[in-house]
Design a protein around this ligand. Structure first.
Ligand SMILES: Nc1ncnc2c1ncn2[C@@H]1O[C@H](COP(=O)(O)OP(=O)(O)OP(=O)(O)O)[C@@H](O)[C@H]1O
Length: 254
């Protein structure tokens, strides 16, 4: 099977400072790959370079064989690399279902006016969108919240809805930036479960920045460990646990 996302020799320099240096890895369909490392390791810069928010100094990113490094963030998102931000911003007055629908409307054929004037094709695609949004909420165990205004949800629930909205249009790749930060232990477990289900049941390739190492160990298939812009290790959770370079550089002891 060919790789979904291939990152090769990616480097980013900011006026003298090398934030990312020669980072390479591959991500398959249905794989969860975590990126860990101490503050300033270059994790956010890696996400920004993949999604087009910073221009790499050198190196390439390919999605399904297509080069992305020359594209704008919007074009990269359109090709299917979606990301969540730490404050993604749902529409608080809209219901959970309506918020998820906003993630689908960009790609459906009917315009708002088509729906308003009852045009057949638009109504059909709107009905299909609603069914799809409900299915996704069900998959994420959030269907009972479908008609609740997003503003009434807890922080953890809002973050889950944001992820559902982001994956509603079926992107092949999802970049998650610290999805579990600030969540209660129960909500963290739910979040990890959702990440596994998105990968396992929907085949999404997921890149995950997360500081909570125990969560990363539980959820990731592969872990990329960075320090000072470089990849210092890569492997399964078991391999990473025993890696001396990781223990020394990241955990501060050997
Ligand atoms: N736009 C920028 N201009 C200049 N320097 C930057 C910029 N963005 C990041 N850096 C620097 O690049 C380095 C890597 O930062 P980055 O934010 O990617 O690390 P990180 O691993 O995401 O850290 P954290 O865990 O603290 O978010 C840091 O030294 C940071 O100060």
């Amino acid at each position: 099977m060919s790789d979904l996302l291939i990152v090769e020799g990616l480097s980013v320099r900011f006026s003298g400072l090398t934030a990312l240096e020669d980072v390479s890895f591959r991500l398959n369909r249905g794989e969860v790959r975590a990126v860990i490392g101490p503050n300033g390791a270059g994790k956010s810069t890696l996400f920004n370079a993949i999604s087009g928010y910073v221009t790499p100094t050198s190196g390439t990113v390919h999605l399904n064989g297509e080069p992305l490094t020359v594209l704008t963030p919007h074009a990269i998102a359109e090709r299917g690399i979606r990301r969540t931000f730490q404050n993604g911003g749902l529409f608080p007055a809209l219901t959970v279902l309506e918020n998820v629908l906003t993630g689908l409307h960009a790609q459906t054929e009917g315009t708002f006016f088509d729906i308003l004037f009852g045009r057949r094709k638009a109504l059909d695609s709107e009905a299909a969108n609603i069914a799809r949004a409900r299915d996704l909420l069900k998959l994420m165990s959030m269907e009972h919240m479908a008609d609740t205004p997003a503003g009434d949800l807890s922080g953890g629930q809002q973050r889950i809805v944001e992820i559902v909205r982001t994956v509603a249009s079926d992107p092949p790749v999802l970049l998650l930036d610290e999805p579990a930060v600030g969540l209660s232990p129960v909500a963290r477990d739910q979040m990890m479960d959702i990440i596994r289900r998105l990968a396992g049941e929907k085949g999404v390739g997921i890149l995950l920045i997360e500081h909570a190492v125990e969560l990363v160990m539980a959820v990731a298939d592969k872990i990329l460990v960075m320090a000072a812009g470089k990849r210092i290790a890569q492997g399964t959770p078991d391999e990473i646990r025993q890696d001396r370079a990781v223990l020394e550089a990241y955990l501060g002891h050997a």
